[in-house]
Design a binder for this molecule. Sequence first.
Ligand code: GLU
Length: 303
Amino acid sequence: MDYQKILEDIYQEILPFANKGEQASYIPALAKVNPNQFGIALTTTSGETYSYLQAQTRFSIQSISKVFALAMALSLDGEDLWKIVGKEPSGTAFNSLVQLEVEKGKPRNPFINAGAIVIADRLMTLLPDPDKEFLGFIHALSGTESIDYNLEVAESEREYGYLNAAIANLLKYHGRIENNIEDVLMFYYRMCSVEMNCIELAQAFLAFTNHQHFDFGGYKLSSSKIKRLNAVMQTCGFYDEAGEFSYLVGLPGKSGVGGGIVAVHPLHYSVAVWSPRLNSKGNSVMGMKALELLTTYTEESIF
Ligand code: GLU
């Protein structure tokens, strides 16, 4: 398969969408990013990496961080984790409060904000230095030590994070959070603020394509856990557009409001794409199109 040519052809085809959508502005620090950027990188399980355009420009991974946090919590808690967070698609926006109130504070899944905040709390309870552990895990997965938090973005999100604060308060009210709310939110914002580029993200997610040896930074997952983590990405990775992504792309994946999307073709490749302009559901317009064309051109998906 000539992946390089496919990535380049895809870009030409999605150019008409280059000005569609807006970058996230509810986090003021993200509004400063030049929206007219695009990068893509694909890494195969045999170790080749193909990339195009701004694949080396780091951006805010935002909700993509929720996959790393889930992997750590699953490794530490095993199946018990599902007692504190569900694994059903929410069909609502990433920061929705509606279900949470009705369901007495048990978040639908780990990839909506409420679920990730509960997981952040759990990691704070279990780990003596969660900030260091979280970065260390990403360093181990990506093989890149220079990846770091962007504290300006984290602080900007804290300052305007009214909805997340409401979610955390509701969770605390229902006894779903053990630690101090402010500390949990700040850790959650730092996780979201991590900056990586497409090549680093594709490399980090390669670990989720392999069902055999997951052992990174001291966190181990069995092949069955990796399959399940992919199942949660498949059903819950795209806010209330998970069905659409599944239908159009057919791969497990996760998006973030920084404009990044990562997807995994188990036993074949991982792919990361980035373009800051988002659709109304919070997913990258060009990123969604690029991945749809990738599985169309390669005539492969998990289905
Ligand atoms: N930090 C963002 C928030 O909590 C993450 C949203 C996202 O990427 O889905 O609003």
